[in-house]
Design a protein around this ligand. Structure first.
Ligand SMILES: [Zn+2]
Length: 210
């Protein structure tokens, strides 16, 4: 390392501290400081500590701001997609059995010249519009009329994924559209995805005795 410029006879101490550029600041004994402005060491150290704290606080704020920008950019991409693709957003409300409550679903509808002219390319059953748009943004150029879930269909046909009977013992049960339900008594479990509804159903309904 090149020797720093030193007043004659001066003792030079590099005080370190890389965060705020303190590495380039040299400390001299006062008798050598003819034309050098002196700072009391404790004042200088306190100043460095304050600057380091400010740098740390700014870095923390920058991280939060970066995260926020990422979130907002994701929302911008969603809004841009809605605008440029002329998608419709549709809300459906349906009563949940006899609970007096309603479940709401969201559909993102795309338009095609070929039949079917309207195709559901995104859906969510948990009032999560962003998730529905995200799904629509990943849709094929010529998607089916409704999203298909080959993995779930495959799982449903496997023996270990069979749905257990409802609480009243009906065996005519099924799952689709974010719901697992009994066709006979309308007992229903609604979740954000059909897979989740299906899993919750089996968790709450024991398998029948063999
Ligand atoms: Zn039932």
């Amino acid at each position: 390392m090149a020797a720093p410029m030193t007043p004659a006879g001066g003792e030079v101490e590099n005080i370190g501290g890389t965060d705020v550029g303190a590495a380039s600041v040299l400390r001299f004994w006062a008798e050598d400081a003819h034309n050098i402005r002196c700072v009391r060491a404790e004042d200088f150290d306190a100043h460095i500590i304050r600057l380091q704290a400010e740098v740390a606080a700014l870095q923390a704020r920058l991280m939060i701001a970066d995260q926020r920008v990422d979130e907002l950019e994701a929302d911008k991409r969603r809004l841009d997609a809605l605008e440029s693709e002329y998608w419709d957003v549709r809300h459906h409300s349906s009563p949940i059995a006899d609970t007096g409550d309603h479940s709401t679903s969201i559909e993102i509808i795309g338009h095609w010249m070929d039949k079917p002219h309207e195709r559901v390319i995104g859906e969510n059953y948990n009032e999560n519009l962003r998730a529905a748009i995200d799904q629509a943004m990943k849709a094929d150029a010529y998607p089916p009329a409704r999203p298909e879930y080959p993995e779930l269909d495959a799982a449903l046909t496997e023996d270990n994924w069979r749905m257990n009977p409802c609480k009243q013992g009906h065996r005519d049960v099924g799952a689709c559209g974010g719901k697992a339900f009994c066709h006979t008594c309308d007992e229903t479990i609604t979740a954000s995805t059909t897979q989740e509804a299906f899993e919750e159903w089996n968790a709450e309904h024991p398998a029948p005795e063999q």
